[in-house]
Every structure is written in C-alpha cells, then in structure tokens.
Design a protein around this ligand. Sequence first.
Ligand code: NAP
Length: 307
Amino acid sequence: MTQPTYDRVALIGLGLIASSMFWAMKRAGFAGTVTGYARSEATRDTARRIGLTDRVCDSAAEAVEGADLVVLAVPVGAMGQVAEEIAPCLKPGATLTDVGSVKGHVVDTVAPHVPEGVHFVPAHPMAGTEHSGPEAGFAELFDNRWCLIVPPEGTDRQAIERLAEFWHMLGANTEEMDPEHHDLVCAVVSHIPHIIAYTMVGVADDLRRVSEQEVIKFSAAGFRDFTRIAASDPTMWRDVFLTNKKATLEILGRFTEELFALQRAIRTGDGQHLFDYFTRTRAIRRGIIEAGQDTDAPDFGRVKVEK
Ligand code: NAP
C-alpha cells in the first residue's frame, strides 16, 4: 500500500478529470478515503452505481468536511461560486486545489474566498479527452503527462510539494509556472487548436450539401481529428475562451497573420514558402515524440484506451 499523501480527499465535480483522478488513486493503492460531490442527482447516482469515490455526498459542504485535500474539478466559470460555497467548511491546514484549464481567472475568483490557514495551490493536469462525465475517466489519463502547479506568491512550500507528490502518485510529472505564463502556453498548445478545430468542423457543417454526404463518408485522418477535438465539452470550452480572453486573442491574432501569409503563398504559387513552412512544423512533431508526449504510431498516434 502506498502511504497516503493526504488522509481525506474531496472531489468537487465528478466528471472526466475527477473520475480519472479517483481511478488513478485506486491504482496507486491510495490508502486514504475519498468523498465526492456533483451538482446533479443524476451524476451522483451514476457515481454511486460505479463506485466512484468511497462516499458520494449530497452537498459540497458535506463532501469537504474534514478533508485534507479539496479538488475543484468543475468548469472554470463555476470555480469561484463553488469556492465561496465550501469556504466556511474547509478544515484549517487543508489544501484547496483545482484542475481548471485557465489559471489567472481561477486565482482571481477563488483566492478571495480561501480562509486563513487553508493553502490554496491551483493546478492544471495537461491531459484530457473529448469525453466528459463520471463514466469518462480512466486511471491512465495522467500517465507521463504534465500537471502544471501554479501557486500564488507566498504559498506554503510544503503544501506545494505535497500536492506535487500527490500528482506524481497519479502518474503525472509536475512543473511550477505563474498564472499569466500558464494561460499563454495553454492558449498555444490547447485553447487555439480547439477553436481552430471547432471552426473547421463548423465550416464543413455550413457546407450542408457536403456535410450530409461526403464529409462523413470520406472523412480523412485530418478532418477526423478535427471532429474529435470539436466534440469536446461545450460548457468547458465556452468557459475557457471567456476566461482566457487576453491570451487566446493574442495567439489568435498571430494565427490569423500566419494564415494570411500561407493564403498569399498559395495564391502567388510560392511553393518554397509552403515547403519551408511545412518542413519547420514537421520538426515540432518530431520534438513532441522525442519528449515522450506522443508516439510515432500511425493514425495520429492515437492509442485505444481500454476502460
Ligand atoms: P466534466 O466531465 O464535464 O465534469 C464537470 C463536473 O462539474 C460534473 O460533475 C458537473 O456536475 C460539475 N459541475 C458543472 N457545473 C457545476 C456547478 N456550477 N457547480 C457544481 N458542479 C458543477 O468536466 P471535466 O472534463 O472533468 O473538467 C473539469 C475541469 O477540468 C474543468 O475546469 C476543465 O477546464 C478542467 N480540465 C479539463 C480537461 C479535459 O480535457 N476535459 C483537461 C484538463 C483540465 P454535473 O454532472 O452534475 O453537471
């Protein structure tokens, strides 16, 4: 049995990320107890049926009572309101963390509610799928992925290290970052790729005649991958763009400039520009494989995960 990094963990929100955390804790032989809470009765019922957490509670306050680690695993736009609700029930000395995809907004909306004596250590596991809900999780989700830890200035060092240790137990690697940098990096590697995918699939859908027949029938790997990303949870992604406005608009501006340059190269027949550009981007892919963040298997390296 692995020694528990915390004795009691509370998961608030029981979707893809929280359920994956729970199964990863189980896999690691986590010896503490885990309570859970989700907003809807339907999700709580599902959680009870599949044994997701040791005890599913009917209120967030009940779930966090006595917990050493409280994880906010709800959409970014709901973090502040949930933090306000549970704040009076947090145990002195406990750590409050989150898994939100945007960090500046979470720090701004959650920190004001954190009571004296509770350590607030925001974090973001850089792992996910297009599926959501309590049945979407699996123990391997965080294996060899990064979990970025984004502690506000002055956060207790021991609390940070304890949370990092917890994420290592779940299979992740950790690194510390400040909120602004985190939001810019994530705009590049995650948020803008999603909006591009949403746009591309939206464009295909606008071409009704095509989308009803050929697009689905002949969908090639490139388009299929766009549709997979564009199937991601609408609530989560709406919140990401509304709360990471500055960085996503900055990167979207750069993206548009590059797109216009490529558009011009196509129009003017500048093959050298296209060839050089595609050569440079191919090297990025090699770097990701060398860093162990994907495989060079065909079908875009997609691994079929057995639940
Ligand atoms: P999810 O599968 O959609 O689950 C969200 C959970 O939050 C559900 O249990 C939902 O309860 C609950 N919830 C929603 N609104 C709420 C509210 N206002 N008050 C209380 N609970 C509420 O989402 P997820 O993919 O696990 O994402 C959770 C967080 O992780 C988000 O902040 C997201 O940005 C972040 N994240 C996601 C990914 C990813 O790829 N999915 C990756 C890294 C980080 P009900 O089921 O009852 O509605």
